[in-house]
Design a protein around this ligand. Structure first.
Ligand code: HPA
Length: 277
């Protein structure tokens, strides 16, 4: 079991295992591929692929549509590590398990993280299929990933969260998107536990709280990344909208289908960021 007491040693063990596989090469970026966004790996010249089950201390991903493997290879001329499948809190993992890969990334020497996900749009001007650059988040998970004894080798007890998503990275992507006439939204992501999709009343609550989109991942990972002072870029595909008519049909298949459609845009923006930053 992962605990605040053994987390550093376990993550260090896993980091060493992975660096051994890469021959000591440290990826410049880690990329977490969210629901329906797995084809991002088609852009990577894969050199190494490891199933999560073959990586010491790694949890194993279970949710439908998520494959569990870690990929190393070249993307836009840079050596990257991509997680094909993440660990969701709703699957029953502890918060230490959900965020274990980020601990490992940092101990491998990786300082830049890209996270992607699918989310429900609550901003009235959003449409299904929109791509949203995450500029901030609201943590609505029932448990905090940093609760418990703090290990100062990772970072401080009280973490500054004034810039969870790198303004510099967002600026690079926005400039590229504008130059290439790619439409995007920029908004606030509210993360909650799931696995239920929201009731109409809950979608309304999310909007009132100041978010533009809602989903069941990402926030714990970003908190832990910021604990270790990583630079983070987040991107979300709006796969459903809280329109009372439309939302009746929201289900996992629909989410995956819509995420797939927006995938080329997400892929292009991620490739551009890795190349230009
Ligand atoms: N709510 C929560 N998580 C989601 C949604 C949603 O509407 N769409 C995709 N992931």
């Amino acid at each position: 079991m992962l605990t605040p007491e053994n987390l550093f040693d376990k993550a260090n063990e896993t980091a060493k295992f992975l660096l051994n596989k890469t021959g000591g090469r440290v990826p410049e970026y880690a990329i977490v591929l969210g629901s329906g966004l797995g084809t991002l790996i088609e852009d990577i010249d894969i050199e190494i692929e490891l199933a999560y089950k073959d990586i010491p201390n790694f949890p194993v991903s279970t949710v439908e549509g998520h494959k569990g493997s870690l990929i190393f290879g070249m993307l836009s001329g840079k050596f990257v590590m991509a997680m094909n499948g993440r660990f969701h809190f709703y699957e029953g993992y502890s918060m230490y398990q959900v965020t274990f890969p980020e601990r490992v990334m940092k101990l491998m020497g990786i300082d830049k993280l890209i996270v992607s996900n699918a989310s429900g749009g609550v901003n009235k001007s959003y449409k299904i299929g929109d791509v949203m650059l995450i500029r901030d988040h609201i943590n609505f998970f029932p448990e905090h990933p940093l609760r418990g004894k703090n290990d100062p080798r990772f970072g401080p007890r009280f973490v500054n969260m004034s810039e969870p998503y790198s303004k510099k990275m967002i600026a690079v992507v926005e400039k590229y998107a504008k130059e290439h006439k790619i439409c995007y939204q920029k908004g606030v992501y509210l993360g909650l536990s799931g696995p239920t999709f929201e009731t109409i009343a809950e979608y309304n609550m999310v909007r009132v709280l100041g978010a533009d989109a809602v989903g069941m991942s990402t926030v714990p990972e970003v908190i832990v990344a910021k604990h270790m002072n990583m630079e983070v870029f987040g991107i979300s595909v709006i796969t459903d909208i809280d329109d009372p008519e439309l939302i009746q049909s929201v289900n996992h298949e629909e989410v995956m289908k819509e995420a797939k459609k927006a995938e080329p845009v997400v892929r292009e923006l991620v490739r551009a960021l890795v190349k230009l930053y």
